[in-house]
Design a protein around this ligand. Structure first.
Ligand code: PEP
Length: 265
Protein backbone atom coordinates (compact mmCIF):
# COMPACT_ATOMS: atom_id res chain seq x y z
CA UNK A 1 0.00 0.00 0.00
CA UNK A 2 1.35 3.46 -0.81
CA UNK A 3 1.85 5.92 1.99
CA UNK A 4 -1.37 7.96 2.11
CA UNK A 5 -1.19 11.31 3.86
CA UNK A 6 -3.87 12.95 5.95
CA UNK A 7 -5.51 15.92 4.25
CA UNK A 8 -7.40 18.63 6.12
CA UNK A 9 -10.01 20.62 4.21
CA UNK A 10 -11.53 23.11 6.64
CA UNK A 11 -14.54 25.34 6.03
CA UNK A 12 -15.00 28.61 7.89
CA UNK A 13 -18.59 29.73 7.43
CA UNK A 14 -18.08 32.93 9.43
CA UNK A 15 -21.42 34.71 10.09
CA UNK A 16 -23.20 33.06 7.17
CA UNK A 17 -25.88 30.44 6.42
CA UNK A 18 -29.30 29.99 8.01
CA UNK A 19 -29.82 26.92 10.17
CA UNK A 20 -31.70 25.21 7.33
CA UNK A 21 -28.83 25.87 4.91
CA UNK A 22 -26.36 24.60 7.50
CA UNK A 23 -28.27 21.33 7.90
CA UNK A 24 -28.45 20.90 4.11
CA UNK A 25 -24.70 21.49 3.90
CA UNK A 26 -23.95 18.74 6.44
CA UNK A 27 -26.42 16.36 4.79
CA UNK A 28 -24.74 16.97 1.44
CA UNK A 29 -21.31 16.08 2.88
CA UNK A 30 -22.75 12.93 4.39
CA UNK A 31 -24.32 11.68 1.16
CA UNK A 32 -23.18 13.35 -2.10
CA UNK A 33 -19.46 12.88 -2.02
CA UNK A 34 -16.89 11.63 -4.52
CA UNK A 35 -15.47 8.12 -4.63
CA UNK A 36 -12.20 9.48 -3.24
CA UNK A 37 -13.90 10.92 -0.15
CA UNK A 38 -15.68 7.61 0.50
CA UNK A 39 -12.69 5.36 -0.16
CA UNK A 40 -10.17 7.45 1.76
CA UNK A 41 -12.36 8.89 4.50
CA UNK A 42 -9.95 7.95 7.26
CA UNK A 43 -7.32 10.14 5.56
CA UNK A 44 -9.59 13.17 5.22
CA UNK A 45 -10.22 15.33 8.28
CA UNK A 46 -13.15 17.37 7.06
CA UNK A 47 -13.78 20.34 9.35
CA UNK A 48 -16.56 22.94 9.42
CA UNK A 49 -16.15 26.05 11.58
CA UNK A 50 -19.78 26.93 12.29
CA UNK A 51 -21.67 29.56 14.33
CA UNK A 52 -21.93 28.64 18.03
CA UNK A 53 -25.69 28.11 17.97
CA UNK A 54 -25.42 25.44 15.26
CA UNK A 55 -22.72 23.33 16.94
CA UNK A 56 -24.89 20.96 18.95
CA UNK A 57 -27.60 20.26 16.35
CA UNK A 58 -24.98 19.78 13.61
CA UNK A 59 -22.95 17.46 15.83
CA UNK A 60 -26.08 15.36 16.23
CA UNK A 61 -26.43 14.76 12.48
CA UNK A 62 -22.86 14.68 11.22
CA UNK A 63 -20.61 11.66 11.01
CA UNK A 64 -18.08 12.73 8.40
CA UNK A 65 -17.70 16.39 9.35
CA UNK A 66 -15.87 17.56 12.47
CA UNK A 67 -17.78 20.49 13.92
CA UNK A 68 -15.58 23.36 15.14
CA UNK A 69 -16.38 26.67 16.81
CA UNK A 70 -14.99 29.77 15.10
CA UNK A 71 -13.84 31.28 18.37
CA UNK A 72 -14.14 30.88 22.14
CA UNK A 73 -13.64 32.94 25.26
CA UNK A 74 -10.28 33.44 26.93
CA UNK A 75 -11.97 32.99 30.32
CA UNK A 76 -13.10 29.73 31.84
CA UNK A 77 -16.32 30.82 33.56
CA UNK A 78 -17.90 33.55 35.62
CA UNK A 79 -19.41 37.02 35.23
CA UNK A 80 -18.60 37.58 31.55
CA UNK A 81 -21.95 38.29 29.89
CA UNK A 82 -22.16 36.92 26.38
CA UNK A 83 -19.02 34.80 26.46
CA UNK A 84 -18.90 31.21 25.19
CA UNK A 85 -16.36 29.19 27.15
CA UNK A 86 -14.36 26.08 26.44
CA UNK A 87 -16.32 24.28 29.19
CA UNK A 88 -19.56 25.02 27.33
CA UNK A 89 -18.09 23.88 24.02
CA UNK A 90 -16.80 20.67 25.54
CA UNK A 91 -20.16 20.00 27.20
CA UNK A 92 -21.93 19.93 23.81
CA UNK A 93 -19.30 17.74 22.16
CA UNK A 94 -17.67 20.44 20.00
CA UNK A 95 -14.77 18.85 18.08
CA UNK A 96 -12.41 21.83 18.08
CA UNK A 97 -12.03 25.56 17.67
CA UNK A 98 -10.49 28.09 15.28
CA UNK A 99 -8.25 30.55 17.15
CA UNK A 100 -6.68 33.84 16.14
CA UNK A 101 -8.47 34.30 12.84
CA UNK A 102 -7.44 37.63 11.32
CA UNK A 103 -11.03 38.88 11.53
CA UNK A 104 -10.92 38.26 15.30
CA UNK A 105 -7.54 39.97 15.50
CA UNK A 106 -8.44 42.97 13.35
CA UNK A 107 -12.15 43.61 13.92
CA UNK A 108 -12.37 42.45 17.53
CA UNK A 109 -8.88 43.56 18.57
CA UNK A 110 -7.69 40.16 19.75
CA UNK A 111 -4.05 40.36 20.77
CA UNK A 112 -1.39 37.65 20.66
CA UNK A 113 -1.54 37.52 24.47
CA UNK A 114 -5.28 36.87 24.42
CA UNK A 115 -4.85 34.17 21.76
CA UNK A 116 -2.15 32.58 23.92
CA UNK A 117 -4.65 32.36 26.81
CA UNK A 118 -7.05 30.49 24.52
CA UNK A 119 -4.30 28.17 23.29
CA UNK A 120 -3.44 27.31 26.89
CA UNK A 121 -7.12 26.63 27.68
CA UNK A 122 -7.16 24.20 24.73
CA UNK A 123 -4.08 22.52 26.17
CA UNK A 124 -5.62 22.26 29.64
CA UNK A 125 -8.94 20.91 28.32
CA UNK A 126 -7.65 18.79 25.42
CA UNK A 127 -9.45 20.75 22.75
CA UNK A 128 -8.12 20.48 19.18
CA UNK A 129 -7.60 23.86 17.54
CA UNK A 130 -6.56 25.58 14.33
CA UNK A 131 -4.28 28.52 15.05
CA UNK A 132 -4.40 31.20 12.33
CA UNK A 133 -1.41 33.42 11.58
CA UNK A 134 -0.52 35.68 8.68
CA UNK A 135 0.87 39.04 7.69
CA UNK A 136 -1.02 42.04 6.32
CA UNK A 137 -0.25 43.79 3.05
CA UNK A 138 1.89 46.52 4.56
CA UNK A 139 4.03 43.95 6.37
CA UNK A 140 4.44 41.93 3.18
CA UNK A 141 5.45 45.03 1.21
CA UNK A 142 7.98 45.93 3.87
CA UNK A 143 9.50 42.44 3.54
CA UNK A 144 8.77 41.47 7.16
CA UNK A 145 6.11 38.81 6.50
CA UNK A 146 8.11 35.91 7.92
CA UNK A 147 9.16 37.97 10.96
CA UNK A 148 5.48 38.69 11.68
CA UNK A 149 4.47 35.03 11.28
CA UNK A 150 7.30 33.87 13.52
CA UNK A 151 6.29 36.38 16.17
CA UNK A 152 2.62 35.40 16.06
CA UNK A 153 3.56 31.72 16.41
CA UNK A 154 5.95 32.35 19.31
CA UNK A 155 3.51 34.54 21.24
CA UNK A 156 0.54 32.22 20.71
CA UNK A 157 2.51 29.14 21.77
CA UNK A 158 4.12 30.42 24.99
CA UNK A 159 3.84 27.59 27.53
CA UNK A 160 2.23 25.21 25.04
CA UNK A 161 3.46 21.67 24.38
CA UNK A 162 0.52 19.43 23.39
CA UNK A 163 1.18 19.63 19.67
CA UNK A 164 -1.10 16.73 18.80
CA UNK A 165 -3.99 19.18 19.39
CA UNK A 166 -2.74 21.77 16.95
CA UNK A 167 -3.10 22.60 13.27
CA UNK A 168 -1.60 25.84 11.97
CA UNK A 169 -3.33 27.86 9.25
CA UNK A 170 -1.24 30.35 7.31
CA UNK A 171 -3.60 33.02 6.08
CA UNK A 172 -2.04 36.14 4.56
CA UNK A 173 -4.56 38.79 5.60
CA UNK A 174 -4.41 40.55 2.23
CA UNK A 175 -5.60 37.38 0.45
CA UNK A 176 -8.62 36.74 2.70
CA UNK A 177 -11.99 37.52 1.18
CA UNK A 178 -10.46 39.32 -1.80
CA UNK A 179 -11.00 36.61 -4.41
CA UNK A 180 -7.28 36.79 -5.18
CA UNK A 181 -5.27 33.98 -3.60
CA UNK A 182 -1.53 34.19 -3.08
CA UNK A 183 0.60 33.01 -6.02
CA UNK A 184 1.36 29.30 -5.71
CA UNK A 185 5.12 29.95 -5.77
CA UNK A 186 4.70 32.36 -2.83
CA UNK A 187 2.51 29.85 -0.98
CA UNK A 188 5.25 27.27 -1.48
CA UNK A 189 7.91 29.60 -0.12
CA UNK A 190 5.83 30.57 2.94
CA UNK A 191 4.86 26.92 3.54
CA UNK A 192 8.44 25.79 3.54
CA UNK A 193 9.43 28.60 5.94
CA UNK A 194 6.59 27.82 8.39
CA UNK A 195 6.98 24.03 8.27
CA UNK A 196 10.70 24.38 8.86
CA UNK A 197 10.27 26.90 11.66
CA UNK A 198 7.76 24.69 13.49
CA UNK A 199 9.87 21.58 13.04
CA UNK A 200 13.03 23.25 14.36
CA UNK A 201 11.50 25.23 17.22
CA UNK A 202 8.39 23.29 18.22
CA UNK A 203 7.08 20.14 16.54
CA UNK A 204 5.86 19.09 13.14
CA UNK A 205 2.12 19.89 12.90
CA UNK A 206 -0.19 19.99 9.87
CA UNK A 207 -0.07 23.38 8.12
CA UNK A 208 -2.93 24.75 5.99
CA UNK A 209 -3.16 27.64 3.56
CA UNK A 210 -6.10 30.05 3.66
CA UNK A 211 -6.96 33.11 1.55
CA UNK A 212 -9.49 33.08 -1.31
CA UNK A 213 -9.12 29.34 -1.82
CA UNK A 214 -11.16 27.87 -4.69
CA UNK A 215 -10.81 24.51 -6.45
CA UNK A 216 -7.55 25.22 -8.31
CA UNK A 217 -5.86 26.74 -5.29
CA UNK A 218 -6.95 23.83 -3.09
CA UNK A 219 -5.15 21.47 -5.43
CA UNK A 220 -2.04 23.47 -6.31
CA UNK A 221 -1.46 24.85 -2.80
CA UNK A 222 -1.24 21.30 -1.49
CA UNK A 223 0.49 19.62 -4.44
CA UNK A 224 4.15 19.06 -3.49
CA UNK A 225 4.23 22.07 -1.15
CA UNK A 226 4.29 20.15 2.15
CA UNK A 227 0.94 21.68 3.15
CA UNK A 228 -1.73 19.38 4.61
CA UNK A 229 -4.83 21.27 3.57
CA UNK A 230 -6.74 24.50 3.21
CA UNK A 231 -8.92 26.81 5.30
CA UNK A 232 -11.72 28.11 3.13
CA UNK A 233 -14.12 31.01 3.72
CA UNK A 234 -16.45 32.17 0.97
CA UNK A 235 -16.06 29.11 -1.29
CA UNK A 236 -17.00 26.84 1.59
CA UNK A 237 -20.56 28.10 1.78
CA UNK A 238 -21.81 26.15 -1.22
CA UNK A 239 -21.59 22.43 -0.35
CA UNK A 240 -21.21 21.41 -4.01
CA UNK A 241 -18.19 23.66 -4.40
CA UNK A 242 -16.71 22.66 -1.06
CA UNK A 243 -17.10 18.95 -1.75
CA UNK A 244 -14.91 19.43 -4.84
CA UNK A 245 -12.39 21.33 -2.75
CA UNK A 246 -12.29 18.39 -0.31
CA UNK A 247 -11.56 15.96 -3.15
CA UNK A 248 -8.94 18.24 -4.69
CA UNK A 249 -7.21 18.83 -1.36
CA UNK A 250 -6.85 15.08 -0.85
CA UNK A 251 -5.55 14.78 -4.43
CA UNK A 252 -3.04 17.61 -3.98
CA UNK A 253 -1.73 16.39 -0.63
CA UNK A 254 -1.31 12.90 -2.08
CA UNK A 255 0.25 13.99 -5.41
CA UNK A 256 -2.58 12.54 -7.48
CA UNK A 257 -3.31 13.73 -11.00
CA UNK A 258 -5.85 16.53 -11.29
CA UNK A 259 -8.52 14.93 -13.46
CA UNK A 260 -12.26 14.65 -13.56
CA UNK A 261 -12.39 10.98 -12.57
CA UNK A 262 -11.84 12.15 -9.01
CA UNK A 263 -15.25 13.67 -8.89
CA UNK A 264 -17.23 10.57 -9.80
CA UNK A 265 -19.62 9.52 -7.09
C1 PEP B 1 -10.99 32.55 5.98
O1 PEP B 1 -12.01 33.00 6.45
O2 PEP B 1 -10.21 31.96 6.72
C2 PEP B 1 -10.73 32.73 4.56
C3 PEP B 1 -9.59 32.30 4.09
O3 PEP B 1 -11.70 33.33 3.80
P1 PEP B 1 -11.77 33.36 2.17
O4 PEP B 1 -11.58 31.96 1.70
O5 PEP B 1 -13.12 33.90 1.86
O6 PEP B 1 -10.66 34.26 1.72
Amino acid sequence: MIDIKLSIPAANWKANLTFEQAVNWINYMETNVSRIIIDYQEYIKLIAGVPYVYIKPLKDISKRVKIYAQNMSHVLKGAYTGEITIIMLKSIGCDGVILGHSERRNIFNETDELINKKVLLCQEHNMPFILCVGENLEQRRKGIAFEVIKNQIDLALKGFNKFELMVLAYEPVWAIGTGVPMEISDIKEAASFIIDYLRKNYKEVPVLYGGSVEENTAYFATFKTGLSGVLVGSKSLDPIEFERIVTLTFSGVNNLQFDKEHFET
